[in-house]
Write a protein that binds this ligand. Structure first.
Ligand SMILES: NC(=O)c1ccc[n+]([C@@H]2O[C@H](COP(=O)([O-])OP(=O)(O)OC[C@H]3O[C@@H](n4cnc5c(N)ncnc54)[C@H](O)[C@@H]3O)[C@@H](O)[C@H]2O)c1
Length: 309
């Protein structure tokens, strides 16, 4: 079983590495436009196999999509990352063209593939992949929620001095400052988080989560890759192993939450058919208001894309 990762930069190479060392696929094809980059990284990951003990084959390709033919899942990470001072939306012009041409090549060689988009601005690049591929919403999705909840869970684990494994959380909305963390749906080993932490420090963690990507851009001069690459690999695993995991995923809403034709992060069941089900939470008035604000922001950027094409 073959998985392709397009973009052999920081996020793509990390995703390919996780897919290989966790043996999530038999074959991982890494594609990049930069001559030799994907071949080099694929070879490096393969040379790690005797040390880390895995047998996933990793293959690199400079823009030759024939090597990706018949992929079950394709992860798209190609495109510019943020630099300090930039918002994710600033990337739209360059990245829309890249995601469009990559998606054309992907569907030409793997018409049955499920597409997981990572490139930013995430929600709108997922929309772009949908417009280009014309695939149903079950098969084109974006990765952001797993990363954003992971940041939230990691901050909470630190504050409570507990294992991050025991923190369960869900987060909704677009991948940006308007994302909607949901403390009401956050538990620590089954205990509602509000019983373990006061409102003020919890609010601080929510705010830090919203700007969690920006915090890393400021520190490193570019955006994060270990957690994003691992998050994308976790989505691939849920699909190829038909795990029916419950994750926040960016998907086209078709009436859920009273929202139509907009790409937003919501909890879904992820399995062999891609989005198996969109889960509708019973949001309270304030949570719904926050989701609507996030929807408004994503729609503005979707309109920018519509005007470009
Ligand atoms: N969704 C998320 O949560 C999330 C998190 C982190 C990063 N990102 C986004 O992921 C993208 C990649 O980030 P990165 O840090 O890996 O960047 P990077 O610059 O390290 O890697 C991007 C790679 O894409 C390649 N590329 C460009 N055009 C291409 C094309 N037409 N075909 C194939 N490859 C092409 C580049 O050569 C480069 O190697 C960015 O848009 C970034 O904003 C999203």
């Amino acid at each position: 079983m073959k998985v392709t990762v397009v973009g052999a930069g920081n996020v793509g190479a990390t995703c390919a590495d996780v897919l290989a060392y966790r043996e999530i696929a038999n074959e991982v094809v890494l594609v990049d436009i930069k001559e030799g980059l994907s071949e080099g990284k694929a070879l490096d990951i393969w040379q790690k196999s005797p040390i880390n003990l895995y047998d996933t084959r990793t293959i690199g390709s400079t823009n030759d999509y024939s090597k990706t033919a018949g992929s079950e899942v394709v992860v798209i990470t190609s495109g510019l990352p943020r630099k300090p001072g930039m918002s994710r939306d600033d990337l739209i012009e360059t990245n829309a063209g890249i995601v469009k041409s990559v998606t054309e090549n992907v569907v030409k060689h793997s018409p049955e593939a499920i597409i997981v988009v990572v490139s930013n601005p995430l929600d709108v690049m997922t929309y772009q992949a949908h417009l280009t591929s014309k695939l149903p919403r079950t098969k084109v999705m974006g990765m952001a929620g797993i990363l954003d909840t992971a940041r939230y869970r990691a901050f909470l684990a630190e504050a409570l001095d507990v294992s991050p494994k025991d923190i369960q959380a869900v987060l909704m909305g677009g991948h940006g400052d308007t994302m909607v963390p949901l403390p009401r749906y956050t538990t620590v080993g089954g205990i509602p988080v509000t019983e373990l932490i006061d409102e003020e420090p919890l609010n601080k963690i929510v705010e830090r989560t919203k700007s969690g990507g920006g915090e890393l851009v400021k520190l490193m001069g570019t955006s994060a890759w270990y957690a994003p690459g691992s998050a994308a690999a976790q989505m691939v695993e849920a699909i190829v192993r038909d795990q029916r995991r419950v994750f926040p995923v960016c998907v086209k809403l078709e009436g859920e939450y009273g929202i139509n034709n907009c790409y937003l992060g919501v909890p879904v069941i992820l399995g062999k058919n891609g989005i198996e089900k969109v889960i509708e939470l019973q949001l309270d008035e304030k949570e719904m208001q926050l989701l609507k604000t996030s929807e408004g922001h994503v729609r503005e950027v979707m309109e920018v894309l519509d005007k470009m094409s």
